[in-house]
Design a protein around this ligand. Structure first.
Ligand SMILES: [Zn+2]
Ligand SMILES: [Zn+2]
Length: 136
């Protein structure tokens, strides 16, 4: 399942906007949807609140944007030992079923150019000298 490509701009919070000047404007932030292709509101995780059993998400559609806390999805992929990183009642597939084609293209490009930094698809690149037992 291909990842949704929706992007939206969020205005800065009021306490930041109040400090803006023409010489020092408050920047907007962008959010990009993390869901698989879907029909309803888009979503990007803003920050996790595991003590509450979920996370705060930006949700938006063509008419409005909102910030809301949502509990975690209970989806789990036993073969990959991976929990779904989306919220309960999310549309489309679980996060482990969603493929970001840009991220996959970058992975393919970088793994061909720098295969020594990729151990496998399941591990992040090594930080030379920190995590690499063969490093300096
Ligand atoms: Zn979306
Ligand atoms: Zn899920």
């Amino acid at each position: 399942m291909i990842q949704c490509t929706a992007v939206a701009l969020l205005p800065p919070p009021d306490y930041i906007a109040e400090q803006a000047t023409p010489e020092r404007p408050a920047n907007t932030a962008h959010v990009s949807c993390e869901l698989g292709e879907h029909d309803d509101d888009h979503a990007q995780l803003l920050w996790m609140e595991d003590e509450r059993g979920g996370a705060v998400w930006a949700r938006w559609n063509a008419n409005s944007t909102r910030i809301e806390f949502l509990p975690w999805c209970g989806g789990y992929h036993p073969d990959r030992d991976e929990a779904c990183g989306l919220f309960a009642t999310h549309p489309a597939g679980h996060s482990f079923e969603v493929v970001d084609p840009v991220r996959e293209a970058l992975r393919d490009l970088l793994s061909g150019a720098s295969p020594h930094v990729f151990l496998s698809d399941d591990r992040p690149p090594l930080l030379p000298g920190r995590d690499d037992p063969d490093g300096p």
